[in-house]
Design a protein around this ligand. Structure first.
Ligand SMILES: Cc1cc2nc3c(=O)[nH]c(=O)nc-3n(C[C@H](O)[C@H](O)[C@H](O)COP(=O)(O)OP(=O)(O)OC[C@H]3O[C@@H](n4cnc5c(N)ncnc54)[C@H](O)[C@@H]3O)c2cc1C
Length: 389
């Protein structure tokens, strides 16, 4: 069975690992020249942990894990609103390990790199299919036939565009910026390595964390703020956005050497009526991007990749396999997408009533009420309910 995987992100590399575990050696193509190390720490919850344990990679991930137990919410001047122990939420989500995105990529890549043909700087230019195979033309003009093509090329998937057109991206009026930099020699008051410091400000949210080697930050804001400052670079924008914050995040931003270290985008969902056509199937964000508000996009991408391969190995036709894979995941994805939209608007809201509500929630709500609100907005149970940690 000859399979092409387009994209070597979380979904593509999980697919490659799963296929390899059955003795198949897919070809993986990747647009970039190498893995990029931009982004922030991502949380791996129950769905991801389940797949990692199946692949025998969980222990490695645990070793590289960044433990975040408490999240400290503060006002602009650093005065505390609430220190929330998130371990109880982690249990509800089937466990949680924080990890730098580049560490996760590295673990997934190292497990396959000597056995699988991974071609960097390569993309699909066009593809055609019939009952028996898919003919792929790469951007260098070379052509090759495959039994199946798995499009795991992310939110702006080229495979999806070639197959179905580019009308499936639903952009929210919410933008985000993330960065990770070598840990600067500056001191942030009261920020422990297993803790994040966060502020829900009018119109934006900021989170900042540190481990032994790195500092990272994440911002979520009304997109209109970025548009109002469209002439400044990403670093100048963040400095302007959080000009009122004095607890130290601006000192960290000042340490960023180059604005391109900051990854910036608009929150986008992908909503498709079907995830495959013929012998071509979409996986991960290409099929169902959900934003990162629930912290489960990576997990669902891994779970989808795992189930797709399982179905392909066990069903009598690829049509049945692709259908089963889609049915297994779709309802959970749609529920998470709805929740994510609410969470994104909540985090970035500049409506005065919401601003007061957010502050009251953190400062005055009794724990059971605050937990109920957080659960309603941010907590997503894994499909595999067994805690793998
Ligand atoms: C700021 C942020 C924080 C997040 N936090 C979390 C979290 O805490 N937990 C969680 O589970 N999820 C999180 N997510 C979501 C998660 O990152 C995504 O759901 C996940 O990366 C999707 O994996 P993917 O492989 O489908 O896509 P990607 O990771 O986007 O990978 C796609 C790959 O395809 C490549 N590619 C693109 N176009 C082409 C092409 N034409 N040809 C070949 N290759 C191509 C890209 O270079 C990339 O390597 C977060 C996302 C963001 C943006």
């Amino acid at each position: 069975m000859k399979i092409l995987i387009s994209g070597s992100g979380i979904a593509g590399l999980t697919l490659a690992n799963c296929l390899l575990s059955y003795g198949y050696q897919p070809v993986v193509i990747e647009k970039a020249s190498s893995f990029r190390s931009i982004g922030s720490v991502i949380s791996l919850r129950g769905d991801a942990l389940f797949v990692l344990s199946k692949l025998g990679l969980l222990e490695q991930v645990k070793k590289c894990g960044v433990v975040i137990e408490t999240r400290r919410f503060v006002q602009a001047d650093g005065s505390e609103l609430r220190n929330i122990d998130f371990r109880k939420f982690h249990i509800q989500q089937g466990g949680s390990i924080g990890i730098h995105r580049f560490s996760l990529h590295n673990i997934l890549y190292e497990a396959i790199k000597n056995q699988i043909d991974v071609r960097f700087n390569t993309t699909i230019q066009f593809l055609t299919q019939n009952e028996e195979s898919v003919r792929v033309c790469f951007q260098d003009g070379k052509e090759e036939s495959f039994d199946y093509v798995f499009g795991a090329d992310g939110i702006h998937s080229q495979t999806r565009n070639l197959l179905m057109g580019n009308q499936f991206e639903e952009q929210l009026d919410v933008g985000f910026s993330v960065f990770t930099i070598p840990k600067p020699e500056i001191f942030i008051k009261n920020l422990d390595t297993n803790q994040t410091l966060e502020s829900l400000m009018p119109g934006y949210y900021v989170q900042c964390g540190m481990d032994a080697d790195f500092a990272w930050g994440m911002f979520i804001y009304k997109q209109k703020y970025r548009e109002q400052l469209k002439d400044v670079n990403n670093k100048e924008f963040l400095l302007a956005l959080c000009k009122d914050i004095t607890w130290g995040v601006r000192d960290i931003i000042e340490q960023i050497d180059h604005p391109s270290t900051i990854f910036q985008d608009t929150m986008t969902l992908i909503k498709l009526s079907k995830w495959s056509e013929g012998r071509i199937v979409l996986v991960g964000d290409a099929a169902h991007a959900m934003t990162f508000m629930s912290g489960t996009g990576g997990g669902k991408s891994m779970l989808g990749a795992y189930h797709l391969v399982e179905e392909l190995m066990n069903c009598s036709t690829h049509h049945e396999a692709f259908q089963n894979y889609e049915s297994y995941l779709k309802q959970a994805v749609q529920k998470t997408q709805k929740k994510s939209i609410k969470a994104a608007h909540f985090s970035s809201s500049d409506n005065q009533i919401m601003v007061y509500f957010k502050k009251a929630l953190l400062k005055y709500f009794p724990p059971f009420l605050m937990n109920a609100v957080l659960k309603n907005l941010f907590i997503v149970k894994p499909q595999n309910t067994k805690n793998t940690l």
